[in-house]
Design a protein around this ligand. Structure first.
Ligand code: NAD
Ligand code: MN
Length: 353
């Protein structure tokens, strides 16, 4: 019997609701399989903890987390804590602490889900986001704070090493997919240092992957291409900021922010990788029991893949597709089902397979 140790960090808001739902689904899959089990350990690292104790992650917390096979994360963000504090103290502390430099965000329209975009059924993208440096390096500062002449800087840092490893990761991913296409997204017309380096390194790495069909876009232009010609793209590689924005657009185009998953990978497996739905803590619906848990289920499928449980992952994706096709949908997709309804439906589908 294989056993997987998974650290669970539900975080804030609907993170608590969708991760509880996702754990039930993972348990149902383990039961169905009979070949593996999960050892979940819950961590209360949240904004509530920060407000009570002044810290998200306790002393020695990352060292403890490092021993797990994977991390299942909900969302972080509270109306009582500035967003830059919650993000940097919890989510980014883990991503950066564990060198999870490849952020992978698949987007496609699941059966039965209505997109507002004409031709959206053609969407089948994976956005690869550089997750360790660039615009989110935390490099900058403020001088003359509060004065009329105040200046704030936010300096993007791009290293050849950081660029090369994300490009290589994106090429390998593109190579593993049927149409083997990779689109490079930068802004190297206006930003002529770090972005030009991104372009140059991309074309160097491309030489190692002659079977991958490549093209490039500026980040502003690619937004129109995503809307007008979604079928022309497959894997997209972009910087931390650019891919952050593009993947929210991709999630909305493919139906709802409530569906989209993310993996924050440390591809070398020196440290655990972290899996989370793309959405945040959603203050407007938190505590109402109506959050769409499908994003956390799809995330769970990515987590299973990472653990080598590919059969269970495929079983879960098939169950998710039957669920969305059945029309049992939460409010964000135009339905009236609750988080619990959707979770029960998917668990009984898994049991009956
Ligand atoms: P959000 O993703 O929380 O919500 C945006 C909108 O989408 C809201 O209307 C919300 O109700 C809806 N939505 C999101 N997920 C949904 C789901 N599963 N089911 C149904 N509807 C869903 O983004 P926001 O409002 O910009 O941010 C709220 C807080 O979350 C902020 O504190 C922000 O910093 C944080 N945040 C955290 C993460 C993360 O932890 N990875 C990501 C984004 C935002
Ligand atoms: Mn984002």
């Amino acid at each position: 019997m294989r056993s997987h140790r998974v650290a669970v960090i539900p975080g804030d808001g609907i993170g608590l609701e969708v991760i509880e739902a996702g754990k039930k689904v993972l348990e149902a899959l383990a039961q169905k399989s009979g070949d593996f089990t999960f050892q979940f350990e819950d961590f209360d690292w949240s904004s509530q903890r920060y407000l009570e104790k002044g810290e998200y992650i306790p002393e020695g917390g990352l060292e403890k987390l490092a021993k797990f096979d994977a991390i299942y994360f909900g969302a972080v963000g509270s109306q009582d804590v500035p967003d830059h504090v919650s993000l940097w103290e919890l989510r980014l502390a883990i991503c950066q602490g564990f060198d999870q430099y490849a952020n992978v965000r698949p987007a496609r329209v699941l059966p039965g889900v209505n997109s507002r975009l004409k031709g959206a059924e053609e969407i089948d993208w994976v956005i690869v986001r550089e997750n360790s440096e660039g615009e989110y390096s935390g490099n900058g500062g403020r001088v003359h704070q509060g004065h009329a002449e105040e200046v704030g800087t936010e300096v993007s840092v791009f290293t050849r090493k950081g660029i090369e490893r994300i490009h290589r990761f994106a090429f390998e991913l593109a190579q593993s997919r049927p149409c083997k296409k990779l689109t490079l997204v930068t802004k190297s017309n206006a930003q002529r240092h770090g972005m030009v380096l991104w372009d140059e390194v991309f074309f160097e790495v491309a030489k190692e992957f002659p079977d991958v069909d490549i093209d490039r876009e500026l980040v502003d232009a690619v937004t129109t291409r995503m809307v007008l010609k979604p079928e022309t793209m497959d894997v997209i590689v972009a910087t931390n900021l650019h891919a952050d924005i593009l993947s929210d657009l991709a999630a909305a185009l493919s139906g709802s922010l409530g569906i989209a998953p993310t993996a924050n990978l440390n591809p070398e497996k020196t440290f655990p990788s972290m899996f989370e739905p793309i959405h945040g803590s959603a203050f407007d619906i938190a505590g109402k029991g109506i959050a769409n848990p499908v994003g956390s289920f799809w995330t769970a499928a990515m987590l299973l893949d990472h653990l080598g449980e590919t059969t269970a992952s495929e079983r879960l994706m098939a169950a998710i597709e039957r669920l969305t096709a059945s029309g049992l949908q939460t409010k964000d997709l135009g339905g009236s089902a609750t988080t619990r309804d959707v979770t029960q439906a998917i668990c009984s589908d898994i049991e009956q397979q």
